[in-house]
Design a binder for this molecule. Structure first.
Ligand SMILES: Cc1ccc2c(c1)c1c3c(c(C)cc1n2CCCN)C(=O)NC3=O
Length: 275
């Protein structure tokens, strides 16, 4: 099929409200004129000439290729792509339930059942990525969105940093959001699928306690806490948390990526209920 559509985006879509913006991209709600179906359009600015603003075409194509091989209920789907002079437009499935981040903030901490049910869905979406040798590299509550206000179904979004992991060229890159990144990212060592599993540990810790395990006063302090594995299960925050939940987290906060729990280990952990 035609890789990128070249006709003007606005011929086929009405552009609506801003939903958010990222590095070189802005996400807007849009409505397909003929079907009236709503989507999220991610407008990615292209790097022009030798400038620094804008995303490199090879990175945009990487994101598209990652999204194209995704087909899972817990992973956002890519509908179509438009290529214009200034930007590439990804027409993505729209989710309207807001970020998991906001859901937690409103509720402070969740019950273990609720937290386990969210983590199970994140693991199922992540298993789909990892089975395709794709690492997300930016897992955090802002990139986990609820399907709609009523359900607690979630979808992983934003694959701007996602990478295909093939053994030959090791992927090293300083990226992601400080409090969620693994020690190997801080110390610029090879990344792997295990890098996402560390972030699952951080998200689980936050869902259960409402606080971030490695966050320091400064970026340097956060990085130090991560590489020194400087975390604890503060009594006040974790007094009602089961040992099983703490064991689940402890198996992910392991410095050596090869010793860290995999997505399958986590899905088989007794804290995650079988369906
Ligand atoms: C209703 C709503 C509100 C904000 C949204 C989205 C949807 C949204 C979406 C997507 C992305 C990449 C970012 C998005 N954002 C930006 C904030 C995400 N952290 C997306 O792929 N589908 C969305 O619905």
């Amino acid at each position: 099929d035609s890789v990128f559509k070249l006709e003007p985006f606005e011929d086929n879509y009405e552009v609506g409200e801003d939903l958010g913006s990222g590095h070189f991209a802005v996400v807007r709600k849009c409505i397909h004129r003929k079907t009236r179906q709503a989507f999220a359009a991610k407008f990615i600015r292209k790097r022009r000439g030798g400038g620094r603003k804008g995303a490199k075409m090879e990175d945009i194509v990487k994101e598209i290729n990652v999204l194209r091989c995704m087909n899972h209920p817990n992973v956002i789907s890519l509908h179509e792509v438009y290529d214009t002079k200034q930007e590439v437009i990804l027409v993505l499935e729209l989710v309207s339930g807001g970020e998991l981040f906001d859901y937690i903030s409103e509720k402070e901490a969740l019950s273990e059942e609720e937290a386990s049910a969210f983590i199970k869905q994140i693991l199922e979406g992540l298993k789909h990525l990892h089975d395709n040798s794709i690492v997300h590299l930016d897992l955090k509550p802002e990139n986990i969105m609820l399907l709609d206000r009523t359900s607690t179904k979630i979808k992983l979004i934003d694959f701007g940093l996602a990478r295909k992991i093939n053994d030959k060229d090791d992927v090293r890159a300083m990226m992601g959001t400080a409090e969620f990144i693994a020690p190997e990212v801080v110390s610029f060592e090879p990344l792997s699928l295990a890098t996402d599993m560390w972030s699952v540990g951080v998200i689980t810790y936050i869902l259960l306690s409402g606080s971030s395990p490695f966050l320091g006063e400064t970026l340097q302090e956060t990085y130090h806490n991560i590489t020194a594995l400087n975390f604890d299960f503060d009594h006040d925050l974790f007094q009602n948390t089961s040992d099983l939940a703490k064991d689940f987290i402890k198996r992910l906060f392991i410095k050596n990526p090869r010793k860290r729990g995999s997505v399958n280990d986590c899905l088989n952990h007794p804290w995650i209920k079988p369906s």
